[in-house]
Design a protein around this ligand. Structure first.
Ligand code: SAM
Length: 355
C-alpha cells in the first residue's frame, strides 16, 4: 500500500539524517552541555588561529580522550569545524556559548526538564506531571517553586524572566495609555511587573495575586524596591474557581500566566476576571503563541516548552495557538477588543472587555 506523506518534499536521505538527530538528541545535547561547561567552546572561540585536541586538553587539564570525543561530536553538532586538525568555532557554536536566549533555554532543559522527561509518555497517558516527582511530591510545579533546589530555581526563574524582561518595558506605554489607577497582576510571581508599573506611574496601585510561596519572594523584592505602600499581595489558589478575584481593578493583567492552565481552567479564569471587572476595566493577556512566531527557532522552542508543561509543570497546559485562546474568549463573558502582535521576543497582547 502506498504511503501518504502529505506535502512532505524532504529527500529520503535528509529525512533519515533528521531521524538520527532525533535518535541521538539527548546524547548530543549532553555533548553540547559538556563542550560549553568544560570551557572547551570558550577556548576554541578565543583561539583565532584554530586549536588542536591536544592543546585544548593541555590548557584545560582534561584527558585527551575526553576532549577528542567531545570535539568530534561537536563536528556533527556543527558547533565546531576542523581544518588541518585544528578546531574553529562555528556560528552555531557562538550561539551556544554567547546567545542569552540559547543559554537560558539550554539551562532550563538541563536543570528543570532533563531527568523528568524520561516519563513524558506516562504524563501524556495520565494527564499528570509525572516528571515533577524528580523534585518533590507536588501536584504542580507552582506549589513547589520556592522550594526547588537552588540551581533548578535559578534556571527556572532565568527562563521565565528572560521572556517577560523584554516584553514589559515595551508594553508599559500601552498599559498606561488610559491612566489606570489600579492594576491587578494575576500570577504576579516575584513582583517584577508590579515594580515596573510602580516605577512607571507614581500614582498607580497594584495588587498581586499568586500562591503563598511566590508572594514571600515578591514581598521581599517589593520592600527592597520601596513600594510596599502601593503594591499589595493577595494569596489565592487560582485553581480553586470558587475563590472570586478581588473586584474593581481598572486593568487585570495576566502575563505568561494562562499557559499554566488547562483550557477548562482558562475559561473559568476568564469568567472570574469578567466577574471582577467594572464597565471600563480591561483584561490584558500577554502570551507567546506558537502560530505567531516569525522565526522557526521560536516555534520550535515553544513546541518544546509545551512538553515542559505536560511532564513537569502540571500535566494539562501548553504554549497555545491563538485560535485556542480566541475560542476560549469567545465562549467566556468577555470579548476580544484589541490584539497587539510582536511584543518583546515573541509575545502577543490580547485586550479583552466585558461582554
Ligand atoms: C510562568 S509564571 C509567570 C510570571 C509572571 N507573570 C511573568 O510574566 O513573568 C506563572 C505564575 O502563575 C502562578 N500560578 C500558577 N498556578 C497558580 C495557582 N494555582 N494559583 C495562583 N497562582 C498560580 C505561579 O505561581 C507563577 O508565579
Amino acid at each position: 500500500m502506498a504511503l501518504n506523506f502529505g506535502s512532505d518534499k524532504k529527500h529520503a536521505l535528509d529525512a533519515k539524517y533528521d531521524a538520527q538527530k532525533i535518535a541521538f538528541a539527548p546524547v548530543m545535547f549532553q555533548a553540547a552541555m559538556a563542550l560549553r561547561n568544560l570551557g572547551i567552546l570558550d577556548l576554541v572561540k578565543d583561539s583565532k588561529a584554530g586549536i588542536t585536541i591536544e592543546e585544548v586538553a593541555e590548557k584545560l587539564k582534561l584527558p585527551v580522550y575526553g576532549v577528542k570525543v567531545l570535539l568530534e561530536a561537536g563536528l556533527s553538532l556543527e558547533v565546531v569545524m576542523a581544518e588541518d586538525n585544528k578546531f574553529y568555532l562555528t556560528k552555531t557554536g557562538w550561539f551556544i556559548l554567547c546567545d542569552e536566549l540559547t543559554k537560558v533555554n539550554m539551562n532550563f532543559t538541563q536543570d528543570v526538564n532533563y531527568l523528568g522527561m524520561f516519563s513524558l509518555a506516562e504524563s501524556v497517558k495520565t494527564g499528570k506531571p509525572t516528571g515533577l516527582k524528580v523534585f518533590g511530591d507536588w501536584a504542580t510545579i507552582y506549589e513547589g517553586l520556592s522550594q526547588l533546589p537552588a540551581h533548578v530555581k535559578k534556571s527556572w526563574f532565568a527562563f521565565d524572566h528572560f521572556y517577560s524582561d523584554y516584553a514589559f518595558p515595551e508594553i508599559l506605554p500601552v498599559v498606561f495609555r488610559n491612566h489606570p489607577k489600579h492594576i491587578m497582576d494575576v500570577g504576579g510571581n516575584t513582583g517584577k511587573f508590579a515594580i515596573q508599573c510602580a516605577e512607571y506611574d507614581p500614582g498607580v496601585k497594584i495588587t498581586i495575586l499568586d500562591l503563598p510561596g511566590q508572594l514571600v519572594m515578591a514581598e521581599k523584592n517589593i520592600k527592597e524596591a520601596g513600594f510596599s505602600e502601593r503594591i499589595d499581595l493577595y494569596s489565592i489558589d487560582l485553581l480553586d474557581h470558587s475563590n472570586p478575584f478581588p473586584r474593581g481593578a481598572d486593568i487585570i493583567w495576566m502575563s505568561q500566566f494562562l499557559d499554566c492552565f488547562s483550557q477548562d481552567d482558562i475559561l473559568a479564569l476568564l469568567n472570574c476576571s469578567a466577574e471582577a471587572m467594572h464597565e471600563n476595566s480591561a483584561l490584558y493577556i500577554l502570551e507567546t503563541y506558537w502560530d505567531q512566531q516569525k522565526y522557526k527557532a521560536s516555534t520550535y522552542s515553544l513546541h518544546a516548552i509545551s512538553l515542559y508543561f505536560t511532564n513537569i509543570a502540571n500535566g494539562c497546559s501548553q504554549m497555545y495557538h491563538t485560535d485556542d485562546m480566541r475560542n476560549l474568549i469567545a465562549k467566556s463573558d468577555l470579548v476580544l477588543d484589541e490584539e497587539i502582535p510582536d511584543v518583546g521576543v515573541s509575545h502577543t497582547l490580547f485586550i479583552c472587555k466585558k461582554k
